[in-house]
Design a protein around this ligand. Sequence first.
Ligand code: T46
Length: 139
Amino acid sequence: MQITKYIFPVHGDDRGQLVALENFHEVPFEIKRVYYMYDTVAGVTRGYHAHKSLEQILICVHGSCKIRLDNGQEKETVLLDKPYEGLYVSNVMWREMYDFSPDAVLLVLASELYDEKDYIRNYDDFLHYIHETEGGNRQ
Ligand code: T46
């Protein structure tokens, strides 16, 4: 499976660091929504779903967490622990987020507004969806 991790330019100077993200420049889609999770309870795994259309970039802007990606054929685990790294998560990709450090802040840039109809929350339905769409945009 191809994993796309963006290393964003850091505008650092003697005051500290700054990362700027713009539509279609550092981020390959128009950002329509931003959300973030923090104070994640120790031992919790979030996610357990895929999206039919949504594309996202996940950035652990503080602390660390792991992301398990599954395209229905292969699984990969990615560690996010740098505020200047972004993990691209395509549509039709099962994701689980876990191993959050107590100080983790996971920021997500999303290509679409929130839409519960875009979620596939059952793993068998996910495999069926891939089969029905002849692989979708699998990577
Ligand atoms: C994803 C992973 C990485 C909203 O009202 N608006 C939103 O934009 C989002 C993302 C969530 N919510 C509500 C829906 C639920 O009542 O917040 C609650 C928690 O959402 P959820 O259980 O879907 O959270 P995660 O962490 O399992 O998944 C989230 C995103 O939903 C999902 O798209 O890819 O983060």
